[in-house]
Write a protein that binds this ligand. Structure first.
Ligand code: UDP
Length: 506
């Protein structure tokens, strides 16, 4: 008897992972896969507060479920919240996930789970799936190049590049002048552009260890799913495919959804209340005239950086839409210089969160000032919008390098923000025919990849076939867990984790 395939989708609880995971889930559902999308209880409450309960109601064959993230509410305002969340999910989420699978089986309303799709930073789910004999797929939320660099952290350590010898290496130019030219499929890249996680003198640095281990664990899943497309990262994908056979490139996920008119299938999941009026404001602006500024969900600016960006954007003389998240700067949007706010009346729209993909695709938007999170970078490519890049964390440096050098769609700002450079770079990317032409060409290539016959479209079909065949095969024999602490391997990491303020007893 034909069995309905059932994918349990388990994203890391941040916008950068939830968004692509939800897009992937919608695409699977649109192709006949039953989907259970797992939010943390905390994020469930946030989505309800931001968008109303209807956003999480689901529909036929698509349901939302929750598990606790293991973090105490008192720890949510901590400065190293992201580390605390990673520690908590890694240590505390396996049991609730196991219970959720059991609950789904018991209540019988859904077909048995036939595939677990987890995102990067959630590889405890791999252990749970192995124990239960459920096949897995991993969604790596970054670029192929960033997966490749993360896979090389161990070699960088062995070759003596990391950790840095002493603190002076952070600022003496070493990160810019040390060039790594031996990573398969990648052009020569400065040590600093490998990742923010190399900026450490501590061999047991949490981010370095955790991200290395998580990247490695993604490659242990039955298949790897990447939100990129073959033309965009041809060389590095070829190199990755030599190491891992089962890679499905299905990006840009938003373009694939657009192509199948699936975007509205279940609505979005925003953790912040979304401004709906900025689109009306954009409607009043000239095509290609607006500077759109958004640093994603995690970046934090100092007040001085905020002021430099503000005056730089003002100096362009152009209309602008700036998303100043409530926690973008300590003190929130109220910290914007009052003179800047007064001076730009009539040519600005300030808001705290927007529907970014919709904004990027608006004909009025002519430039994207971005932190180069992978989703933002990929969404900017898909929309054909030239970028001014200001990377600062994780893979953002690598994304920026590719955007500026490989794809020719952006200009990079110095780490130290200066208003003159902000204004100059915005002007340059908006006026450069070459940059605009490159952006238009990559947009067209993304569209081709997402159409029937295109690489991402066809890979999505193959992936669904693979998921279907998993549901037809007999249940896999339960496999031993990866060594209990393999994903937190190394005594150093255990030590770091035990010392951090989120230390928890198992
Ligand atoms: N995003 C959004 N509205 C905003 C800011 C961000 O919808 O005002 C979305 C954006 O479209 C992207 C995600 O949040 O899908 C941010 O992910 P990204 O990888 O760019 O950066 P991160 O937030 O992880 O640093």
């Amino acid at each position: 008897m034909a069995k309905t395939p059932h994918a349990l989708v388990v994203p890391y609880p941040g916008s950068g992972n939830i968004n692509p995971a939800l897009q992937l889930a919608k695409l699977l559902h649109g192709r006949g896969v039953y989907v259970t999308f797992v939010n943390t209880e905390h994020n469930h409450r946030r989505v309800v507060a931001a968008e109303g309960a209807a956003a999480l109601r689901g529909r036929e064959g698509f349901r939302f479920e929750t598990i606790p993230d293991g973090l105490l509410d008192a720890d949510r305002d901590a400065a190293d919240y992201d580390i605390g969340l990673s520690v908590a999910t890694s240590r505390r989420c396996a049991a609730p996930l196991r219970e959720l699978v059991a609950r789904l089986e018991l209540d019988g309303a859904a077909p048995p789970v036939t595939c677990m799709v987890f995102t990067a930073l959630m590889s405890f789910a791999l252990d749970v799936a192995r124990e239960l004999g459920i096949p897995t797929m991993a969604l790596w939320g970054g670029s192929a190049a960033s997966l490749m660099t993360h896979m090389r952290f161990r070699e960088l350590r062995e070759r003596g590049y990391i950790p840095l010898k002493d603190e002076s290496f952070l600022t003496n130019g070493h990160l810019d002048t040390t060039v790594i030219d031996w990573i398969p499929g990648m052009p020569p890249i400065s040590l600093g552009d490998i990742s923010s996680f190399v900026r450490t003198t501590d061999p047991d640095d949490f981010n370095l260890r955790f991200n290395e281990t998580e990247a490695n664990n993604c490659t242990k899943a039955g298949a790897l799913i990447l939100n990129t497309f073959d033309d965009l990262e041809a060389d590095v994908l070829a190199a990755l495919r030599r190491e891992y056979r089962r890679i499905y490139t299905v990006g840009p996920l938003g373009s694939l959804l657009d192509a199948g008119a699936g975007r509205a299938a279940t609505g979005g999941l925003s953790l912040w209340k979304q401004d709906t009026e900025c689109t009306a404001w954009l409607d009043t602006q000239e095509p290609g005239s607006v500077v759109y500024v958004n640093f994603g969900s995690l970046t934090v600016l100092t007040q001085a950086q905020l002021a430099e960006f503000a005056w730089g954007i003002a100096a362009t003389g152009r209309p602008f839409l700036w998303v100043v998240r409530e926690n973008l700067v300590p003190g929130g949007p109220a910290e914007l210089p009052a003179e800047f706010v007064a001076e730009t009346v009539g040519r600005r729209c300030l808001t705290t969160w927007c529907a970014q993909e919709q904004v990027l695709h608006h004909r009025a938007v002519g430039c994207f000032v971005t932190h180069n999170g992978w989703n933002s970078t990929c969404e900017g490519i898909a929309a054909g919008v030239p970028m001014v890049c200001w990377p600062g964390f994780a893979d953002q440096y690598t994304n920026c390098k590719y955007a500026c050098e490989a794809w020719g769609v952006g200009l990079r700002l110095d780490t130290e923000v200066r208003r003159e450079q902000v204004a100059g770079h915005v002007k340059q990317v908006m006026e450069s025919e070459e940059t605009r032409g490159n952006a238009a060409r990559w947009k067209a290539k993304a569209e081709v990849a997402a159409r029937p016959g295109g690489s991402s479209y066809e890979n999505m079909q193959s992936m669904v076939e693979a998921i279907n065949s998993l549901s037809l095969s007999s249940p896999t024999t339960p496999q031993p867990k990866l060594n209990d602490r393999e994903y937190l391997h190394g005594r150093g990491l255990e030590f770091t984790m035990n010392c951090c303020q989120f230390a928890m007893s198992d």
